[in-house]
Design a protein around this ligand. Structure first.
Ligand SMILES: NC(=O)c1ccc[n+]([C@@H]2O[C@H](COP(=O)([O-])OP(=O)(O)OC[C@H]3O[C@@H](n4cnc5c(N)ncnc54)[C@H](OP(=O)(O)O)[C@@H]3O)[C@@H](O)[C@H]2O)c1
Length: 308
């Protein structure tokens, strides 16, 4: 990757805390290279409690913008000048652009996931019923983008039912759409699978390094023929849920497309650049480089710890 650095280079940040193993800046830089923009992204840890100072510094130094990961996606909102209504209602912003001295925030999780479903997998959203599993930070923006793209009905199941009900409430504020919500248990999974042409798995169940997983994934058998299952997770490449769905002949989409398409949406948001299909390859390469560097760093730390 050929990083530029001259007097015109625009600086961007990926912020979070901790940011030890984030691949985000490397992905940004790959996309900047793809789009031939004179910009560089750096990972920077911002400790909780220092977001206000950080935002002031971005304005003072005329930094181009910054992208956000845990734990700042909600906490950053009070420090921004403009946030679209839906991102505000879901209390989630993950991209911020400095425009005419103002910090403009947006959440692109839903955009990334729906680009992956429609543009990459070729699954039309309009007129379909979508079953959302989970109601955490990514589930709301994904539900809203599905609704914006014309989904007929959205069903949200979650361990904590009140969070699913909140997403329903926000959807009704902006869209004329049929919705249902309920507890994520095997009875409801089986019941609602039978009427859903699209499933979006939005929990951390089945993720590498996370303890929990779906005990029973056979609700997939109730999905209609031709249904698609997308997962926000991409490590492992196939969760138990996706592997089972794939073995039954359903279209499966892992979370890598959501991540990389979000970078394409990021180029549009920050630079008003429409990225083509070939941008995906740059994003994938950036991610692979970042993962290799992450592994090397972990090994280096392990060796250093063993020497002590
Ligand atoms: N591919 C991408 O680009 C991308 C982008 C962002 C995030 N992600 C991934 O998306 C996942 C969700 O992120 P998030 O920000 O929405 O997280 P979050 O706000 O913490 O929400 C977690 C969700 O998982 C559910 N959950 C967790 N443990 C559970 C268990 N043992 N049983 C049942 N449900 C459980 C939670 O249910 P409760 O509400 O009941 O707690 C909630 O619905 C993360 O793993 C993250 O890595 C991927």
């Amino acid at each position: 990757m050929n990083l530029r650095a001259d007097a015109d280079t625009q600086l961007y940040f990926q912020i979070g805390y901790p940011l030890d193993f984030s691949c985000a800046a490397s992905l940004h830089n790959a996309m900047f290279e793809y789009a031939n923009v004179n910009a560089v992204s750096l990972n920077i840890e911002v400790e909780p409690g220092h977001l206000g100072e950080f935002c002031e510094a971005v304005k003072a130094l005329k930094i181009g913008g910054f992208d956000i990961t845990m734990p700042h996606k909600s906490a950053v909102i009070p420090f921004l000048d403009e946030v679209d209504d839906i991102s505000r209602d879901f209390n989630c912003v993950n991209h911020v652009n400095l425009r005419d001295g103002k910090l403009i925030g947006i959440c692109l999780d839903g955009t990334g996931m729906c680009m992956s479903i429609e543009d990459d997998a070729g699954v039309k959203i309009a007129g379909k019923t979508a079953l959302i599993l989970g109601a955490g930070g990514v589930a709301g923006p994904i539900s809203a983008e599905l609704a914006r793209r014309g989904a007929k009905k959205i069903i949200i199941l979650n361990r904590t039912v009140s969070k699913a009900e909140y997403i329903e409430k926000v959807l009704h504020k902006y869209y004329e759409i049929e919705t249902e919500s309920g507890e994520m248990n095997i009875e409801n999974l089986k019941k609602y699978a039978s009427e859903s042409q699209i499933v979006v798995q939005c929990t951390c169940l089945g993720m590498d390094g996370h303890d929990g997983d779906y005990e029973d994934v056979t609700f997939v058998d109730n999905l209609p023929k031709g249904a698609a299952i997308a997962d926000v997770l991409y490590t492992p490449d196939r969760t138990k849920l996706l592997a089972y769905a794939e073995s039954k002949g359903y279209t499966v989409i892992n979370g890598l497309g959501m991540l990389i398409n979000q970078q394409k949406a990021m180029l549009k948001f920050h630079f008003d650049i429409d990225a083509g299909d070939d941008a995906y390859d740059f994003g994938e390469e950036g991610l692979m480089v970042a993962r290799a560097m992450r592994e090397a760093r972990a090994n280096r730390r392990k060796r250093a710890a063993e020497k002590k």
